[in-house]
Design a protein around this ligand. Structure first.
Ligand code: ITT
Length: 195
């Protein structure tokens, strides 16, 4: 069983590789291919963008694909950066994105936020499975921890007294938006995989 994850994001790839390994499923990403298609995320929601990515890969390779569209919604600033999380300040410039977020939040009392992941599994015959996952937390004023990726050092989980970047991969998976969505997906995976 092989699945192609419609992603170039190494952080996401690492997290999925681990989860799928436990199921005996072989994972490839767009980084494993020469000249992958340039995918424009023109949707207006995580679900639309995930579907755009999954379709692009299925149409290109004609094998099953999983797409993950995710991001951070910070409540006091109209759920920014949301679907623009990867390109908030600069395209995939994590340092600039985090800096912009801290600047936007300066002076705001409410620093609550939600991480969101939408997953779309799609087969060449059109059979699809769509799930999502969420994690609530708070945006710190200064980063803490070096694990994970993206906004993890700023995302504090009160019940764990840690940021996502202070957790091990296993600890993050156990509670994260992506872990929650992935476990929902795995529940229905075998049924989806058939025919
Ligand atoms: P692909 O589209 O190639 O999968 P991407 O990084 O562009 O990779 P998205 O469009 O879904 O993916 O943007 C997700 C961004 O949201 C990501 O780049 C991070 O900035 C942020 N993000 C998502 N999940 C995160 C997590 O678990 N921890 C920290 N930041 C996360």
């Amino acid at each position: 069983k092989t699945i192609v994850i419609a992603t170039k994001n190494q952080g996401k790839a690492r997290e999925y590789r681990k989860m799928f390994k436990a199921k005996g499923i072989n994972v490839k990403t767009l980084n494993d291919f020469d000249n992958p298609p340039k995918i424009k995320e023109t949707g207006h929601s995580f679900a639309e963008n995930a579907m755009i990515k999954a379709k692009a890969v299925v149409n290109w390779l004609h094998i099953p694909s999983l797409a993950d569209d995710s991001g951070l919604e910070v409540h006091s600033i109209n759920n920014e950066p949301g679907i623009y999380s990867a390109r908030y300040a600069g395209d995939h410039d994590d340092a600039a994105n985090k800096k912009k977020l801290l600047k936007r939040l300066a002076g705001h009392q409410d620093r609550s936020a939600t991480f969101v992941t939408c997953l779309v599994l799609l087969k060449p015959n059109g059979k699809k499975l769509i799930v999502d996952g969420k994690l609530n937390g708070e945006i710190l004023k200064t980063p803490r921890g070096y694990n994970g990726f993206g906004y993890d050092p700023l995302f504090y989980v009160p019940s764990k007294h840690q940021t996502l970047a202070e957790m091990t991969t296993n600890q993050k998976d156990a509670i994260s938006h992506r872990g929650i969505a992935a476990r929902k997906m795995m529940k229905h995976f075998d049924e989806w995989w058939q025919d």
